[in-house]
Write a protein that binds this ligand. Sequence first.
Ligand code: PMP
Length: 447
Amino acid sequence: MHPDFDSNSAHLFERALEVMPGGNSRETVYFPPYPIYAARGEGAKLWDADNVCRLDFVNSFSSAIHGHCHPDIVKAVQDQVAKLVCVAAPTELEVELAEIIVDRIPSIEQLRFCNSGTEAVMLCIKAARAFKGRPKIAKVEGAYHGTFDAVEVSQNATPDKWGPDNAPSPVATAEGTTKGVMDDVVVLPLNDVETSLEILNRNKEQLSCVLLDPVPARMGYLPSTSAYLLAMRKWCSENDVVLIFDEVMTVRGGYNGMQGEYGIVPDLSAVGKIVGGGLPIGVIGGKKSIMKVFDVTQPGRSRVPHGGSFNAHPVSMAAGIACMKLLDHDAFDHLARLGEKTRQGLKEAFSIAGVAGHVNGHGSMIGYLFTDTEPQSFRDIVNAKISGKGPAIFFDHFINNGILPLGRGGMLLSTVMTDADIDQMLDVALAGLRKVREKVGGMHANV
Ligand code: PMP
């Protein structure tokens, strides 16, 4: 049972609190009163430090798309570790993984590797700024793009600070974010074409790029509308501004990423997570004309210097190649079918239990929100979310009944999951929602 202050996880957390602020190295894995420590994984299952087994519906925030310890990935890593771990030279593996990604992701004619999604987004922005020679970036309010100053702006904006609907104010996320950073970020409302175009037009002389996540995770996997993405694509083309898609998470949305699903091709893409097969990775890719800013073979020097001790790390490359080879069209069909089954099943569970809920997502990405409206933007979500104990009761019910979902309310599936796994999760979900109903009511807006 969680919480159990005699458990190994609770004791590990006590030790961790002594040596790490907040007890760990990424706040995204904390939940009160202590996070569950992982010990080992196999396929869709994850065992914790107390040997409790759960079906893993988080899959390392997306990276473990084949579940845990897939034999092909384990073998690729073991073989590589025995041959060469880390080296100050390029390897053939890097060329092979680059070829696989260039082949799949429509916008990526050329790419470079780094070590995280954060770095990938940061380097896309640096490339766009160098290419266009303009300082500002535009991003969507509430969207998460990693942990550096500019893209954190307005990630967690709150009504007291976010300004008018037709001119969202840039709001700092980390204390200490400088005015200079804030002044260079233009904030857009997701899915509001008219307002976004007005804001872009007001700033076009100074804009280098528009950064979009096609299905923003922090908004409960609320998909951007095609109309919105098309309008942004058209505006960027007409105004000579670089369109960047952050597909760090959404590259799991389809064989050709979400850009393939929408049929909309950005100029640059940031990719990560699954393409490293569970090892650290990031990818900056796009049009050759823009990617040239990184080209060190040009006379003089590269316009955007890009080094990194671990870039194109041989073990990440080997794991990534094995992972991507497994991710064929059948694998994506399987994920899409299970994803749809999960969304439908959760919708039914909310409805049968009589609890207000809204389910979103695409393919293997699923988000759910306790609300009785259909939010279309970050502000809608913040305004519509019904707070109170319901979400925590649901989450506790999951983790105490063999299921690990995303703490924020969502799920990321793996290819090794079966219909039986989804059915098992849906049974637990229905019982959990009935418990919510019993303890706090249906949580409709007036409750
Ligand atoms: N962009 C998006 C859309 C993400 O989901 C994430 C990670 N959750 C990042 C960027 C940052 O990636 P990383 O954690 O690898 O730095």
